[in-house]
Write a protein that binds this ligand. Sequence first.
Ligand code: CP
Ligand code: NVA
Length: 317
Amino acid sequence: MSPRHFLRDDDLTPAEQSAVLDLAARMKADRFAHRPLAGPRSVAVLFDKQSLRTRISFDAGIAELGGHPLVVDTQVTHFGRGETLADAGRVLSRYVAAIVLRTHGDDRIAEVAAGASVPVVNALTDGFHPCQLLADLLTVRERCGGTAGRTLAYLGDGANNMAHSYLLAGATAGMHVRVAGPAGFAPDPAVVGRAAEIAAGTGGSVNVLTDPAEAVKGADVVATDTWTSMGQEDDGLDRITPFRPYQVNADLLGQAAPDAIVLHCLPAHRGEEITDEVLDGPCSAVFDQAENRLHAQKALLTFLLEAATAAPDAAAP
Ligand code: CP
Ligand code: NVA
């Protein structure tokens, strides 16, 4: 039996996602009371790409759980060079209780997971950013009183990791998810199809649009992200001009629900995808959202490690 991994948002069922968010809220309320990694058990946190929030929130969170974080930039290791990623996952599983990885293609994290006998967690890939979505959903719960039935409009690059994760995780949480971006920047149809399938079971819905006003109309949550994700800096596409109508500014926000909140996973490019006025304004939940990475990831690690304990075969090398 394989360990439970968290490679995509739909690796948690609606009930499991809800349980992780419940636990995250409890951990936030009593921050230093939960120590499931006491021993300490170690967790490897590996970065093929840059990070600020993910790196520090996992490092601090693992320590708060009583564990020992091993935060490593893979460029200074043999990871992915001279041995297969599956072999690396297999070896690391002999040392640590879980592997957290930020990398490029989703095929890379899948290969690590294929070799690993401990849980593998996606800390951002080109395709998905599921830990971020747990933090976002915790924030929506806090600010909007729940997720089910709420409408979330994501504006910007519909083809990036955040758009895909909003579709899958939002549908799992019973939300109505609208993704709006310029032509040529639409989400992967396979992800849209999977999100629609999930939404059919949770009472949510998914819509892919090009009109930003239609997307934000009456929305409870307005979310955006950079127009140029890591690794896309030299892709030759114009990532400014076609995106300008999707900027989250006061005019656009005025068309959302009167008490709408604004999310941005950060780092924000002020004056591009979001204005100062919105990011620093009363609707912004962005800095709570950033804090919630810590609580959500602590809960996720606890959930995955409990699942591994419940299925002892999973830990066998
Ligand atoms: N939101 C997020 O993942 O930030 P970092 O890239 O700084 O980790
Ligand atoms: N879409 C962005 C998210 C950064 C947290 C990126 O991949 O660079």
